[in-house]
Design a protein around this ligand. Structure first.
Ligand SMILES: [Mn+2]
Length: 330
């Protein structure tokens, strides 16, 4: 651990120790890493009799409900005392403050711990009492929570390990993305040693598809196009309606476009259920920086996996995206 990282880790560990009430949240449409970190952190804190609330803007994806304690995660509508002041707010992977989905008034948090592994974003320090643990080289936030526990001498419980393992598995795309590092594999192996069952995790997260979501996949594949080294897929509101699915059922669909030999950059366009926004999930290989490209459209992410959201008609957004990608590739 480098000096600067060791300092922030120490600051965070001291803050966790010295305070009593914690508000934990993450980004809208929470994923395996966000949820895994929230739960592992909450269980760890509760061991020391801390008061912990986990609140997210959006509901838990169904395939993560197998995680221990996942029932305690609230949505903001269910917060009883909306003026409760917490000692500390722990915020996972929100490179932009809007990504918290307005889940709490930040003035209600006396201190803030911001934990992230995204490189882009406009998050500015919100208060003097803020600790930022940003480590873009790590596979997941789960890896960072592991490092916090490790530095404090805490060996994760079986349940905590399961949550952290879920974060690493989902963010590395089952250990297939470029963020699969010796370190992420080392941590995963420790978590398995603690007692995580990888088969159970796989089965719950990936090996469990509803009839509707497979139908949605088939609709999306019907839109697959490839031109030069760019490939793309579309999901429309109609497809959700026809198959009885929603945005959560789109997980992993973008990856199919990247399976075509010669494709270097690929994306999935999705019409959002409400309003007329289009969400674009962008993926790339080698030296094409999807995070930078997404940034041009007001989004962000990682080098090989990023996204942005844009108002307008799906076909227009598609053309606009392709046009820009062609320029980048040249
Ligand atoms: Mn993550």
């Amino acid at each position: 651990m480098k000096k600067a990282e060791a300092k922030v880790v120490d600051d965070i560990l001291r803050t966790l120790k010295e305070n009593h009430s914690f508000f934990i949240t993450g980004h809208t449409k929470p994923d395996g890493d966000t949820i895994g970190c929230e739960l592992a952190m909450a269980m760890w804190l509760e061991k020391d009799n801390k008061k912990v609330d986990i609140v997210n803007a959006d509901s838990l994806p169904g395939n993560l409900s197998f995680l221990p304690q996942s029932r305690v995660i609230k949505q903001k509508e269910h917060i009883k005392n909306k003026n409760y002041i917490y000692d500390v707010g722990i915020i996972f992977e929100c490179p932009d403050i809007e990504l918290m989905g307005n889940v709490i008034n930040l003035n209600l948090l006396k201190k803030i711990i911001n934990i992230d592994h995204h490189t882009t974003g406009n998050w500015k320090q919100q208060s003097a009492n803020e600790y930022k643990y940003i480590a873009p080289e790590s596979s997941s936030c789960a890896e960072l929570v592991w490092r916090l526990m490790d530095k404090s001498g805490h060996r994760p419980s079986k349940d905590e390990a399961l949550c952290l393992y879920t974060g690493i598995v989902t963010d590395t795309g089952k250990f297939q993305h470029s963020n699969t590092t010796p370190e992420s594999l080392r941590i995963a192996s420790e978590l398995i040693e603690i007692g995580v069952d990888p088969v159970r995790v796989y089965k719950n997260i990936y090996g469990n598809k509803s009839h509707g979501s497979l139908k949605l996949l088939s609709c999306a594949l019907g839109t697959l196009e490839v031109k030069d080294s760019i490939a793309w897929l579309c999901i429309t509101r109609d497809m959700y309606k026809k198959t009885g699915t929603d945005e959560y059922d789109t997980e992993g669909i973008v990856d199919y476009a990247g399976m075509i030999p010669g494709v270097r950059v690929f994306f999935l366009l999705r019409e959002l259920a409400d309003g007329n926004s289009i969400k674009v999930s962008l993926r790339s290989y080698d030296n094409i920086d999807a995070g930078l490209i997404a940034g041009k459209f007001g989004g962000g992410g990682h080098k090989h996996a990023a996204g942005f959201q844009i108002e307008g008609d799906i076909n227009k957004v598609k053309k606009q995206t392709i046009k820009y990608l062609r320029k980048v590739i040249e």
